[in-house]
Write a protein that binds this ligand. Structure first.
Ligand code: UDP
Ligand code: MG
Length: 342
């Protein structure tokens, strides 16, 4: 059903050591809110939620500064670094409003796509994916690893949107649906399509980072890729069985050959190679198989413990101020724009 009601929009931005880029990010995002508000598309209660993912630089004090200056900003501070996906989830769950857009702090993703996303939302979509149409600004290495990763994942049967990172709009009910996914090994790009509802894609051009360094070194990228594959695909386990069958067939062939050599050909079987090589080979295959099984077992181990995914240490900002006053009007020794809470 199409609707053109004015909506309350939240923009969720996970931030990890983003002091170089944050002032510009805040300026551009609050300007966008103002523009959309003037255009009559969003209400004055729309906010930017900055989630500080345990940064060690000035990120949190910058965010507190924005809130103190009366900007339409809410700061959510996590108790320690929990990684991009968890920080994003914390922001999505903290955010109020009818539609929530998640986006990186580094301004690589074109902010103007949000207006198009809102139009799709009004057109009746609950999830709108931002897709990178071209990524010529990324390094060749980043582009190659990212695109091969998306291909590999879809080859393994995980339903994901190609070249879509975590730049997307979700409706209130889509965010609420997300609460029912309790997994600790979080790969939101895989989970969101599982929610269903009507969705759409909005293409945009990916720029280079506005300032600062990438917070996704190779180590984190590999960890995310492993999480994605083992959380959304059992193909590696199936590959092991396939490999096992292949090796079994191979060894049958070698047995037939050995019998033929011994019985028909009447030659002495030469050397140790035919014994030693299969030993190494089989040892390798077994370790590989064990490793893959161990990977899933490890995931299972972590999931059964179902530890909390994040803790919010502090919330600052206008929305928090309202709820703070409602909850505790008497606690005047706390600065009115800040309160500790969940
Ligand atoms: N990020 C985070 N926690 C982390 C690592 C990254 O919240 O442990 C945030 C980071 O601040 C940024 C987003 O995740 O807003 C994406 O990181 P980045 O832009 O460095 O990744 P890239 O674009 O290089 O893949
Ligand atoms: Mg980036």
């Amino acid at each position: 059903m199409a609707t053109t009601a004015v909506i309350r929009l939240s923009i969720v931005v996970p931030c990890y050591n983003e002091q170089e880029v944050l002032p510009e990010t805040c300026a551009q995002m609050t300007a966008l809110l103002e523009r959309l508000q003037r255009a009559g598309k969003i209400t004055a209660r729309s906010r930017v939620y900055f989630v500080d993912d345990g940064s060690r630089d000035e990120t949190w004090s910058l965010i507190c500064g924005f809130a103190r200056d009366g900007l339409p900003v809410v700061g959510v501070k996590l108790s320690r670094n929990r990684g991009h996906q968890n920080a994003l989830l914390a922001g999505l769950f903290a955010a109020e409003g009818d539609a929530v857009v998640s986006i990186d702090a580094d301004l690589q993703d074109d902010l103007d796509a949000i207006e198009t996303m809102l139009d799709r939302f009004h057109g009746g979509c609950d999830v709108v994916y931002g897709v990178r149409a071209r990524r010529e600004k990324d390094s060749v290495f980043k582009r190659f690893t990212a695109e091969s990763f998306y291909r590999l994942l879809s080859a393994m049967g995980a339903q994901t949107v190609f070249n879509h990172a975590d730049y997307r709009l979700m409706s209130r009910r889509a965010v609420e649906a997300l609460r029912d996914f309790r997994e600790v090994n979080l790969y939101l790009r895989g989970i969101v399509p599982l929610i269903g509802f009507r969705s759409a894609v909005v293409e945009y051009h990916r720029a280079s980072r506005f300032a600062g360094e990438s917070k996704y070194p190779l180590r984190k990228m590999v960890a995310l890729a492993l999480d994605a594959i083992t959380s959304f695909s059992v193909v590696p386990l199936r590959l092991i069985s396939f490999l096992g069958m292949l090796v079994f067939a191979g060894s049958m062939a070698v047995t037939v050959w050995a019998l033929w050599v011994a019985l028909v050909n009447d030659r002495v079987v030469p050397g140790w190679a035919s014994i030693v090589l299969p030993m190494y080979f089989l040892g390798g295959v077994q370790l590989l198989a064990l490793g893959a099984i161990g990977e899933y077992l490890g995931k299972l181990y972590v999931e059964t413990k179902s530890r909390p995914r994040f803790f919010v240490e502090q919330i600052v900002g206008k929305v928090a101020q309202e709820s703070f006053r409602l909850q505790a009007g008497a606690a005047q020794q706390v600065e009115p724009w800040t309160h500790a809470g969940r």
